[in-house]
Design a protein around this ligand. Structure first.
Ligand code: 76R
Length: 248
């Protein structure tokens, strides 16, 4: 058996994608619509409080295209908290005007492929900060789930630790050349959801997603071993921007 990579886990993650039921929204009275937006405002404030207390973090983005209209990415200490906030949202008036279209459950993950042998990563404050990150308020988000292939001669899980380390180093070097332009959060989802990882990228320039993902396609880890799910891309929201978007 090949040696499994050691992983460090941080906060649990829930990506929650919603579509707006525009017909119902337009049929609602102005008061009902305002009430729904006010309630969302309060929720967003609660979530900001949680982030300020470093008990979790939430990102709120629109989604471009027909897969969804907006999304939340929530990070929290426990799966129970994610469950509670999911149902809290479902009980709001705004939720009556939304249709859940996709969700993804995972946990912030760092693996030891690039780690320094003989050091305890949890002693490193940078590592700890990456496990429990405050999500950036970048202009754009990109999310997609992925697997490492297990097919015939292209089986990631049959490779030796050394072979995987070499390839992951090359992957990491490409990634690092985007430092400052992209913030990436890898969340592991083996045992939690339908793919093995969620990839969430944040950038000020959406084109950086295309450049980075394309460049990685030529790197062996992605070229030979990467299988990808659907891509979601969108723009930063806050209470005001959302109210603007929902204005009828
Ligand atoms: O954590 C680190 O910075 C160390 C190096 C590193 C690891 C271990 C790293 C760096 N990644 C790691 C693990 Mn990554 N990453 C992806 C994708 O679209 C594609 O082809 C793949 C999707 C992108 C865009 C990306 C970006 N990475 C992983 C893993 C877990 C693999 C495993 O355990 O087998 C996956 C699935 C994955 C996928 N990676 C980076 C980036 C970027 C931008 C970096 C540099 C980060 C930095 O240095 O700040």
């Amino acid at each position: 058996m090949s040696e499994a990579a050691q992983t460090l886990e941080g906060w649990y993650a829930l990506h929650d994608f919603r579509m707006v039921d525009w017909s119902a929204w337009k049929r609602a009275s102005e008061d009902d619509r305002q009430g729904a937006l006010d309630e969302l405002h309060n929720l967003l404030e609660d979530w900001t409080g949680i982030e300020n207390r470093q008990e979790g973090s939430t990102a709120f983005y629109s989604v471009v295209g027909q897969k969804a209209d907006f999304m939340f990415m929530h990070l929290r200490e426990t799966l129970e908290e994610l469950n509670t906030l999911e149902t809290t949202f479902n009980k709001t008036r705004l939720a009556e005007f939304t249709i859940p279209v996709y969700s993804y459950v995972s946990i912030v993950e760092l693996s030891n492929y690039m780690g320094q042998p003989g050091t305890d990563p949890l002693e490193n404050p940078e590592v700890v900060a990456r496990l429990k990150p405050a999500l950036p308020k970048a202009k754009h988000i990109c999310f997609y789930p992925m697997n490492k292939r297990r097919e015939g001669n292209d089986n990631w899980y049959m490779l030796s630790m050394d072979e995987r380390k070499t390839m992951m180093r090359s992957h990491g070097m490409i990634g690092r050349s985007y430092a400052g332009r992209v913030k990436q959060i890898i969340t592991g989802s083996v045992g939690f959801d339908d793919w093995e990882w969620g990839v969430t990228l944040f950038a000020e320039d959406a084109l950086t997603f295309k450049k980075l993902v394309y460049e990685m396609r030529f790197d062996e880890v992605s070229a030979r071993y990467g299988d990808f799910g659907s891509f979601y891309v969108g723009n930063l929201l806050d209470g005001e921007k959302f109210a603007q978007q929902m204005k009828v």
